[in-house]
Design a protein around this ligand. Structure first.
Ligand SMILES: [Zn+2]
Length: 327
């Protein structure tokens, strides 16, 4: 008994020393069309307790579902807080938004919750921030909760334009972030590379097409940036999209990936980082659309197609809304 306890204690201690990494809570898992469950992940480093949101398709609904599932069981609501647990999480624990692009399925939750949100920065490439201020926070689609743009500024959200391929501090967290452009059917999307103070990284890629179809080198540049972290065992995981099954022709991809294209792109990363370097890497597959059709769920097909060609040894994950993942 004592021995077991001692082993447990030692186990916990070593866990504490080596456990640096990241936690992601899935606030929205779908790439459309299910309002209430659209792309959004809450990310934090194990080194502190504050989160950022990786895209914000669903926010309050995602928090409600995740809270019910116990995702925030170890966060105590302070007795003096005037807010519910969900309110406290949104207002006090989410310290900023990383927005990959301004398509509605990536920002609807942030816009809808903005009247009751707390003041925080929006970290994005300049083109994304420009699109947010001109299309949504403009007093036509919605009041201007930003600090720039049309008409009276309510100054709740501070647009923080990230210079591409440079590290930027993320206020009130122990994380830094680097933004890199992605090609999304003629539009621009973003890859966010997040680094903790020990140098471990996590990559979140917004919507993206394959370089060969987009006639772009955007994903190739992301892989070049990530390869050194892969070699050093510091890439803890990534989120990347697969919107369609392999049956979708290239001309109908509209800036998205299939299982075949994801494997091809990950193989490009492996080529840079070394044979076998992606073995056991956690890769979260996002942006699979909710299906209204009878018959086989596209997610089942996508899972099967990815596993069938998974020569890289990657650990593909398909979280549902409310699921917590540790990297
Ligand atoms: Zn999109």
């Amino acid at each position: 008994m004592f021995k077991t306890k001692l082993a447990l204690l030692i186990g916990c201690l070593s866990f504490g020393v080596n456990a640096a990494g990241f936690e992601a809570v899935t606030l929205g898992s779908k790439g459309g069309i299910q309002d209430g469950n659209l792309t959004a992940f809450m990310l934090k480093s194990d080194q502190d307790s504050n989160y950022v949101l990786l895209d914000a398709g669903s926010v309050v609904n995602g928090l409600i579902v995740a809270d019910k599932e116990g995702a925030f069981a170890d966060i105590k609501l302070p007795t003096e807080s005037p807010y519910t647990k969900v309110g406290y999480l949104l207002k006090e624990k989410v310290k900023g938004y990383f927005i990959s692009h301004a398509h509605l399925d990536h920002v609807a939750g942030m816009i809808i919750s903005s009247p009751d949100d707390s003041n925080k920065p929006i970290y994005a490439l300049a083109a994304t921030n420009d699109a947010l201020m001109s299309n949504y926070f403009n007093w036509s689609a919605w009041p201007n909760f930003g600090n720039e743009g049309n008409g009276f500024k309510l100054n709740k959200y501070t647009y923080n334009d990230l210079a591409p391929s440079q590290w930027h501090a993320v206020a009130e967290t122990s994380m830094q972030v680097m933004a890199m452009p992605l090609a999304h059917s003629g539009g621009q999307s973003t890859a966010f590379i997040v680094k903790d103070s020990e140098g471990d990284v996590f990559a979140y890629l917004g919507d993206t097409g394959p370089d060969a179809v987009e006639k772009s080198d955007a994903l190739g540049n992301v892989w070049k940036t990530l390869a050194p972290f892969v070699k050093q065992g510091q890439l803890k995981g990534m989120v990347i999209e697969v919107s369609y099954t392999n049956e979708t022709p290239d001309k109908a991809l509209f800036g998205h990936l299939t299982p075949n294209w994801l494997i091809k792109e990950l193989t490009a990363l492996e080529t840079l980082a070394g044979k076998g370097s992606l073995d056991d890497l956690d890769v979260v597959v996002s942006h699979i659309k909710y299906s209204l059709k009878k018959g086989e769920d596209p997610q089942v097909v996508i899972e099967r197609q990815l596993e069938a060609s998974n020569t890289l040894g990657v650990n593909f994950l398909f979280p549902e809304q409310g699921d917590t993942l540790n990297f």
